[in-house]
Design a protein around this ligand. Structure first.
Ligand code: FES
Length: 153
């Protein structure tokens, strides 16, 4: 019923645990079965240097968490955000149809952890930032040249 790879990750899950002072934490619950998955990420210079998880769930959910953590470790934020639930199920050699919902937790919890990290980052005025008041691009300063923050509401 399960592929060898699923069984192997279930028996020896990688990266189980919690990261102290994690840069991002993402928690997802599965409404179908009530299981829970939490991902922790450490991010340095845009790279996921460490990924850990805690999963309260079925064997497939544990194998999925383990695989997601391996796939994400060492990747850039952009690469990690592209990991899909379908990619994870494929890497595991497939999951039985009634267990596909379990794989839906993995990448979602990882993405949530990364999104939390991105949301926490203060606006630095670096290229790519936008004035929070008028939405014009802001470079090198938190004072917006077009509106001088006059668009402040
Ligand atoms: S049955 Fe709940 S995650 Fe698999």
């Amino acid at each position: 019923m399960y592929s060898e790879k699923v069984m192997e990750h279930f028996r020896n899950p990688r990266n189980v645990g919690e990261i102290e002072n994690a840069d991002g934490v993402g928690e997802i619950g599965n409404p179908t079965c009530g299981d829970m998955m939490t991902f922790y990420v450490k991010i340095e210079n845009g790279i996921l240097t460490d990924v850990k998880f805690k999963t309260f769930g079925c064997g497939a959910a544990i194998a999925v968490s383990s695989m997601v953590s391996e796939m994400a470790k060492g990747k850039t934020i952009e690469e990690a955000m592209k990991i899909s639930n379908a990619d994870v199920a494929k890497e595991l050699g497939g999951l039985p149809p009634n267990k596909l919902h379990c794989s839906n937790l993995g990448a979602d919890a990882l993405h949530k952890a990364i999104e939390q990290h991105l949301a926490k980052k203060p606006a630095t005025g670096e290229k790519g930032c936008h004035c929070p008041f008028c939405d014009a691009p802001v470079e090198g300063s938190s004072i917006c040249a077009p509106c001088k923050n006059q668009g402040r509401k």
